[in-house]
Design a protein around this ligand. Structure first.
Ligand code: FES
Ligand code: FES
Length: 151
């Protein structure tokens, strides 16, 4: 049965088997490949998107969960890639291989939406669900602090 929802403000309708994970619908049906597959078991954060503003592991979310809801991916975080976090990420030269970074930014964006002035401890705690095998953690924290400061 078709599932209707919104992605990055656009209405979409997909007909896939119940239980199909949102990640694969985004990547393979909607060609939104900024959202990555890492572990597949909610342990790395590479697949992080927002569902009605809440950070969500898309590798775990069955497609029927998003029926009637609003999904935001890295492609829709800002209309021109100029979200304060995206600018801060560039300024701090955060990415190394880049694989984990869309999930990192989406989780950071969810934090700032809920808490616009997090402490360093709050940033580290919130971001602890996102793994970076390249070890860019210190730059990630600096970029979030820069985004908080520069808006
Ligand atoms: S791929 Fe979803 S948490 Fe790792
Ligand atoms: S930048 Fe390579 S895994 Fe994070």
């Amino acid at each position: 049965m078709a599932v209707d929802f919104r992605v990055n403000g656009r209405p979409v309708s997909v007909d896939v088997p119940n239980g199909t994970r949102l990640l694969w619908v985004l990547r393979e049906r909607l060609q939104l490949t900024g959202t990555k597959y890492g572990c597949g078991v909610a342990q790395c954060g590479a697949c992080m998107v927002h569902v009605d503003g809440q950070p969500t592991f898309s590798c775990q979310a069955p497609i029927e969960m998003v029926r009637g809801r609003s999904v935001t991916t890295i492609e829709g975080l800002s209309p021109d890639s100029r979200h304060p976090l995206q600018r801060a990420w560039l300024a701090e030269r955060v990415p190394q291989c880049g694989y984990c970074q869309s999930g990192q930014i989406m989780n950071a964006a969810a934090l700032l939406a809920r808490n616009p002035r997090p402490t360093r401890a709050e940033i580290i705690e919130h971001m602890s669900v996102n793994i970076c095998r390249c070890g860019t953690y210190q730059r990630i924290v600096r970029a979030i602090e820069r985004a908080v400061k520069e808006g």
